[in-house]
Design a protein around this ligand. Structure first.
Ligand code: K7E
Ligand code: CUA
Ligand code: CA
Length: 631
């Protein structure tokens, strides 16, 4: 057994059987991909590994009552939410429902959330992958978090002062928003969204042919959340990132073949990275060089090959992640089916767009890293960290040395390879998408956990591993089980997020509910009363622990009942709930918040409502009765 094999068990205490499972996984994942790389990895003895791991583990122990240094925002994958973790403790702090329906907070149940989700398209599911925090001059400004929904072609914005989703935008003309990134400079004016699947244009059943099928790159105005413009591309779009000048964004394409079958998507030796020239696209829109499609009035610019607004850089087949280095110099496209990554020099893109250089000339290196490179992240000290899905490793490598090697110098650019458990997708270093990349922590999001946790049946947790990258060597310090399926996360310094402790009464989140109350002559801050309007009944009540403003109200069977609760408590943490028994109604009302919910009154009889967020010693006693009479 080689030292490399010995280390593959991850920790010195891991059971012997871990090795055979690793080998099995590796062999299974390798099927269909030829060749292996034998690049030198840093070797450590069992003893030095154990000592290093012990030292690093002390760093992640956050004493009870102490606070973490970073907020981590995790996507919830096809579970549809965003999760907030403290890093380095990896303690889960909060969940933010986005595309899912949430019983605890009433997301997808309350009137406010339905309005945000769009009443005509209340999908019960979502598939979020890529959470990103808004920026000002290439630094996180802590205002918003944006995230995609691949399942229903949407994007959402979360306010980071209250940790609530406040806007959801349905992207027209495309299917499956996958890659999502933000403009970094001068600030996040645009949210860039990649649509993955090609569809007929227009997609109205008049034509099913692939010739008239294509997909688009979309820019959404980050403030209004309205779609600014779209660009038609050749091939498909996978992941994307933006540069530090505000001029360029780039996306990987794995399906230049426009195939609809697996073998077809791997036919070409090379696919490409599409580079978008934001200035030229804006100019085209301004000059009226666009069309609109169907009933959407979004300007659609043609960016297919030969267009002035895009360039197509050939890279090895089926690339996946696209990552901008924090020094602003490079776009890095991750090879997936190729053991390499392609390093694109951003300062050569002006010449590429002016046709002064060839389409492969912006590539300054294509270092070989190992099998299945998916995503790359950075420590701000010139090193990159790339996940190797098939090898179940993270490769730490030096960008400058990789470029020297490409130019014929005899240097080893690989710094270390670390086993992770198992099959990693994204990895993400602290502050890595900003100029402040600080090279302290690395999170590796592994798709398989195998034997790392107590067994829980056929469905396994995933494994988000925390790695200390502050020194020369990467040190694995924590295994974090996660429910399906956090593709990606982002780590933000805690001082970059400024949250409100309680709601402000004039918050736009419930402005529409306030307007409705004003029309009814109701003062939300003091009144508890019932307004009948035909078969619609609006029930307004306050809540002060441990009592609702109304002990009972009467409605008729089949009435459309809207209950509006205003929490007058202003003490931090005193959140109330409103749950109407046997009506599928439940919601959160945090201090100084107003929330409302609309439902149809059931069969005649008595229905209790109660507070379902523990708020007081007499929380159990906080309730009332809805009396439903015969219609
Ligand atoms: Cu899973 Cu970023 Cu959608 Cu790669 S993506 S792994
Ligand atoms: Cu109010 Cu529990
Ligand atoms: Ca391909």
């Amino acid at each position: 057994m080689s030292k490399q094999d010995d280390l593959s068990k991850g920790t010195p205490d891991a059971p012997e059987s871990g090795l055979s499972r690793r080998r099995f996984m590796g062999a299974a994942a390798l099927a269909g991909v030829a060749g292996a790389t034998g690049l030198g990895a840093t070797m450590m003895t069992r003893e030095s590994f154990a000592a290093a791991a012990r030292e690093a583990k002390n760093k992640i122990h956050i004493e009870p009552g102490e606070l973490d240094e970073y907020y981590g925002f995790w996507s919830g994958g096809h579970q549809g939410e965003v999760r907030v973790l403290g890093v380095p403790s990896m303690r889960e702090l909060m969940r933010i429902p986005v595309f899912n329906i949430d019983s605890a907070t009433g997301w997808g149940i309350t009137d406010e959330s339905k309005e945000i989700l769009g009443r005509d398209k209340l999908y019960p599911n979502g598939d979020c992958h890529h959470p990103h925090v808004s920026m000002e001059d290439g630094r996180y400004d802590g205002k918003y978090l944006f995230i995609n929904d691949k399942a229903n072609s949407r994007i959402a914005r979360i306010r980071l002062d209250v940790f609530k989703t406040d806007k959801v935008t349905h992207i027209p003309n495309v299917q499956a928003i996958h890659g999502l990134r933000l403009q970094k400079v001068p600030r996040t004016n645009y949210v860039f969204c990649n649509a993955e699947f090609v569809i007929p244009q227009p997609n109205d059943g008049s034509d099913y042919s692939l010739e008239n099928s294509y997909t688009m790159f979309t820019a959404v105005d980050a403030e209004t959340m309205e779609v600014a413009w779209q660009v038609i591309v050749d091939g498909n779009l996978d992941n994307t990132d933006a540069d530090y000048t505000g001029k360029y964004a780039a996306s990987t394409c794995y399906n230049s073949e426009k195939a609809v079958d697996l073998a077809g998507t791997m036919r070409n030796d090379r696919d490409w990275v599409v580079v978008f020239n934001v200035e030229r696209i804006e100019a085209a829109v301004k000059a009226g060089n666009f069309k609109t499609i169907g009933d959407s009035d979004v300007p659609v610019v043609d960016g297919r090959k030969g267009s002035t607004v895009t360039r197509y850089i050939p890279v090895p087949k089926n690339p996946h992640g696209l990552n901008t280095s924090p020094d602003g110099k490079y776009f890095i496209a991750n090879g997936k089916l190729s053991p390499t990554v392609s390093i694109i020099a951003i300062d050569r893109l002006d010449d590429l767009f002016d046709d002064k250089i060839g389409d492969r000339d912006p590539i300054v290196a294509e270092p070989e890293l190992g099998l299945g490179p998916l995503h790359t992240t950075f420590d701000g000290r010139g090193n990159a960290y790339t996940t190797l899905f098939i090898d179940s490793q993270v490769a730490k490598w030096n960008i400058a040395d990789a470029i020297k090697h490409y130019n014929g110098e005899d240097v080893n650019y690989i710094r270390q390879k670390l086993d992770v458990h198992y099959q990693p997708g994204h990895n993400h270093a602290s502050l890595t998408e900003s100029r402040d990349a600080d090279g302290k922590w690395l999170v590796v999001l592994s798709k398989f956990s195998k034997d790392r946790f107590l067994p829980v049946g056929p469905l396994h947790a995933e494994n988000d591993q925390l790695i200390d990258i502050s020194g020369e060597e990467m040190k694995l310090v924590h295994d974090g089980p996660a429910f399906a399926e956090p593709h990606d996360c982002i780590l933000v310094r805690r001082d970059q997020i400024r949250t409100k402790k309680i709601w402000e009464r004039n918050d736009p989140y419930f402005a529409a509910t306030r307007a409705m109350a004003e029309k009814d002559g109701v003062n939300l801050e003091s009144d508890s009363k019932v307004i009948r309007d035909g078969n619609k009944v609006r029930v307004y009540m306050t809540s002060v622990a441990p009592q609702f403003g109304l002990l009972e109200f009467k409605v008729k069977e089949g009435d459309e009942v809207t209950v509006v609760v205003t929490n007058l408590d202003s003490i931090e943490d005193v959140t109330h709930g409103f749950c109407m028994v046997n009506h599928g109604v439940s919601m959160e009302i945090s201090p100084q918040q107003t929330a409302s919910v609309t439902f149809t009154a059931g069969k005649p009889g008595v229905y209790w409502y109660y507070c379902n967020w523990f708020c007081h010693a007499l929380h159990m006693e906080m309730g009332g009765r809805m009396l439903v009479e015969k219609a």
